[in-house]
Design a protein around this ligand. Structure first.
Ligand code: 5RP
Length: 217
């Protein structure tokens, strides 16, 4: 089984959590693309979706799934999204696809965060995957200097503009022993929109595609 088959298996397993007549929170990325494709089989049973990126919105609409503005939705039962790294405490690094801010907003609204991954995403300590930080463009150099003071090596993600019109700094060489503390420290730097640590609001359910099938934790 290759990595994509494991992602697809995890994504399809998440369908079991989709309740009829509800609006589904949908993340971003290659694993979520498998989920969106699978969700299309239920498009007549669900009320629609709230999306975390322009890319996911386009894919949902193309498959005939109605996409609602989050402001028109009072609550969401589930939010389904991938991750770049996850620990046994279900703390994650996300944002490899630069959609971290909208992902964090939709995740904050949802009652249950269902993380869909292949088994390469499990790590003992977060930080080998460079931590994405979304930054207001004019604050880029200031924020980079502040991140260096926190012990990270920020790199400007060239050529990437987020759906919100901002830039991404990827922070290398972090060994994140206290993800909740670092998430808050980074968010306190003026000019940071948000960062890719999902620790304060971590996953509730993790579905991992493995050689032996999908494992729920
Ligand atoms: O946070 C994300 C996008 O901003 C994705 O969930 C994360 O990058 C995982 O992506 P993939 O499913 O392609 O491995």
């Amino acid at each position: 089984m290759d990595q994509n088959q494991k992602k697809k298996a995890a994504a399809e397993a998440a369908l079991a959590f989709v309740q009829p007549d509800t609006i589904v929170g949908v993340g971003t990325g290659s694993t979520v693309n498998f989920f969106i494709d699978a969700l299309a089989s239920k498009k007549n049973d669900i009320a629609g979706a709230v999306s975390s990126s322009d890319a996911s919105t386009q894919r949902l609409k193309k498959l005939g799934i109605e996409v609602f503005d989050l402001n028109s939705v009072d609550d969401l039962d589930i939010y389904v999204d991938g991750a770049d790294e996850i620990t046994e405490h279900k703390h994650m690094i996300k944002g490899g696809g630069a959609a971290l801010t909208r992902e964090k907003i939709v995740a904050a609204v949802a009652k249950t965060f269902i993380c869909i991954i292949d088994d390469t995403k499990h790590v003992p300590i977060l930080g080998r995957f460079p931590l994405p930080v979304e930054v207001i463009p004019m604050a880029r150099s200031y924020v980079a200097r502040e991140i260096v003071k926190l012990g990270g090596d920020p790199a400007y993600r060239q050529g990437v503009v987020t759906d919100n019109g901002n830039i991404i700094l990827d922070v290398h060489n972090l060994e994140i022993l206290n993800p909740v503390e670092l998430e808050n420290q980074l968010n306190n730097i003026v000019g940071v929109v948000t960062n890719g640590l999902f620790a304060d609001r971590c996953a509730d359910i993790v579905l991992t595609g493995t050689e032996q099938g999908v494992v729920k934790s």
